[in-house]
Design a protein around this ligand. Structure first.
Ligand code: 5GP
Length: 212
């Protein structure tokens, strides 16, 4: 039985810890392929080109978009972010589950074009915790923090477009919840119609033989 890869979109408010959650998920389970995005924002301390992001100039990014090499892209807080197309298609083709950790506009475009995509939204246990995490990260100026909070308010209006939420209160638990959600998707009949049909054909054949 061939297992088909699932396209998984993970969004969540800035500072909610979705990056950490996904890193842990992908290091714990080898079935996942994590897409690395291109962005025009500057690297944060500790980020490396080709590991967290492919860091691009605006011209380079536009070139990627104009030549159709992005699966989706969006502008978020004054910068461009986009998903390289080849990697996503390659990995899905090999039956791996591909994770896109992307913001909402891009996420909704992906869902429109890929109705089978599984849409997950990571929630903080409460709003105050989110603000504290955003401040505690110590990588952003107060101005950027406020911009990201305003963005979070905007995003909160569209969470009903997602399929499932995972509350990131306890990291390990959240990782397991995401993994189980994805595993259960693999068991959906609608994702296994070929297999169901194969069993049906075998049953018909066997029943026929036994009758004769
Ligand atoms: P950050 O600057 O904190 O790394 O990312 C800002 C936001 O951009 C996050 O919500 C992140 O999920 C999103 N993002 C990262 N890569 C992409 C991408 O390729 N496409 C889209 N649409 N959003 C992305």
């Amino acid at each position: 039985m061939d297992r088909k890869g699932i396209l998984i979109v993970v969004s969540g408010y800035s500072g909610v810890g979705k990056g950490t959650l996904i890193k842990k998920l992908t290091s714990r389970y080898s079935q996942y392929a994590l897409s690395i995005s291109a962005t025009t924002r500057a690297p944060r301390e500790g980020e490396a080109d080709g590991r967290e992001y492919f860091f691009k100039t605006e011209e380079e990014f536009k070139e990627l978009a104009d030549t159709g090499r992005l699966f989706e892209y969006a502008r978020y807080c004054d910068h461009y972010y986009g998903t390289p197309k080849d990697y996503v298609e390659e990995q899905l083709g090999q039956g791996r589950d591909v994770i896109l950790e992307i913001e909402q506009q891009g996420a909704l475009k992906v869902k429109e074009q890929n109705p089978d995509a599984l849409m997950l939204f990571v929630m903080p246990p409460d709003a105050q915790t989110l603000v504290e995490r955003l401040r505690g990260r110590d990588t952003e100026t107060e101005e950027v923090i406020q911009q990201r909070l305003a963005q979070a308010v905007e995003e909160s209006k569209y969470v009903d477009r997602y399929d499932y939420m995972v509350v990131n209160a306890d990291l390990d638990r959240a990782v397991e919840e995401v993994h189980h959600l994805i595993e259960s998707q693999h068991m959906m009949i609608s994702r296994n119609l070929d297999f169901a049909k194969q069993i049906q054909d075998e049953l018909i054949e066997l029943a026929g033989k036994l009758r004769d």
